[in-house]
Design a binder for this molecule. Structure first.
Ligand code: ZN
Length: 232
C-alpha cells in the first residue's frame, strides 16, 4: 500500500498542475495585456502652453505609451504660460496618437491648437475626414477653411437642423466624445466633459454613424440652388 502512495501523489500533483496551467497562462497573458484606454477630461481647461506637443516631430511617439501622462517637456519654450498637463493637452495627445485615420464629426471647430494638431496628422499621412455644420463653419475663426486649404476632406450638412455631434475616432480604435465644441471659448470657459475610450463596440457604432452621415453629405448630393427648384 505504502509503495503506491508516491505514484498516486505524483499523478495527483501533475493533474493539479495541468489543471491550473491554463489559468496560470491566462494570468500571465492578462499581466501583459495593455489596459484599454479610458479617460475622462473635464473642461474648462487650464490654459497651458501646447507648443512642445504641436511642434516636436516626435510628439506622437512620446504620446504612445504611458509616459504620455508625464508633463510635456517645455522644449526650450520661453513663453509665460504654464508647461504642464491640462485637459486640452490631454485631448491633443489623444488625437496625436493617430497613425492611420482620424474621423471628426464636429459642430464647431475654431480652436487653433486643435486645428494645428489635425493639420499635423494630415501632414504625417493620416487620413483625416471632417464632417461639420454648414452654419458654424462659415463663422469667423472657423478652422474648416484652413483644413480644406490644407487638402483635408470636409463635408457638411445642408439642413436647418444642426450637425451637432462632437466626436472623433482615432485609428478606428479610440472614440473621443462629449459635450465639448472644439472652440477656445468652450475649452477655456465652459464646463464640459470629454470621454476618451478604447472600446470596440462603441467605436463600431460611431464609425457606422460617421460613414452614414459622410455618404449623406456627399457633395454630389448637394443642392446648390434649392430655391430654383421651387420655381415651377
Ligand atoms: Zn511655452
Amino acid at each position: 500500500m505504502r509503495s503506491l502512495r508516491w505514484p498516486v501523489a505524483v499523478a495527483l500533483g501533475l493533474a493539479l498542475a495541468l489543471e491550473a496551467l491554463p489559468a496560470v497562462l491566462r494570468w500571465l497573458r492578462g499581466e501583459r495585456r495593455r489596459r484599454p484606454r479610458r479617460e475622462v477630461l473635464f473642461f474648462p481647461s487650464q490654459v497651458t502652453c501646447t507648443e512642445a506637443l504641436l511642434q516636436a516631430p516626435d510628439a506622437p511617439l512620446a504620446a504612445a505609451g504611458p509616459s504620455a501622462l508625464t508633463p510635456a517637456a517645455p522644449g526650450g519654450c520661453q513663453c509665460s504660460l504654464p508647461h504642464g498637463e491640462s485637459s486640452l493637452s490631454s485631448l491633443l495627445r489623444a488625437l496625436l496618437t493617430a497613425r492611420a485615420s482620424l474621423e471628426l464629426c464636429l459642430f464647431a471647430f475654431s480652436s487653433p491648437q486643435l486645428g494645428r494638431a489635425v493639420q499635423l496628422l494630415h501632414q504625417r499621412g493620416v487620413r483625416v475626414r471632417v464632417i461639420t455644420d454648414c452654419d458654424y463653419m462659415a463663422l469667423n475663426g472657423s478652422q474648416i477653411g484652413l483644413l480644406r486649404k490644407a487638402g483635408i476632406q470636409v463635408r457638411h450638412d445642408q439642413d436647418l437642423g444642426y450637425m451637432h455631434h462632437k466626436f472623433a475616432i482615432v485609428d478606428k480604435k479610440v472614440l473621443i466624445t462629449g459635450s465639448l465644441n472644439w472652440t477656445t471659448q468652450a475649452i477655456q470657459n465652459n464646463r464640459e466633459n470629454v470621454l476618451i475610450m478604447e472600446d470596440e463596440e462603441y467605436v463600431k457604432v460611431f464609425l457606422e454613424e460617421f460613414e452614414r452621415i459622410w455618404e449623406e453629405f456627399n457633395p454630389t448630393k448637394y443642392t446648390f440652388f434649392p430655391q430654383e427648384k421651387k420655381i415651377h
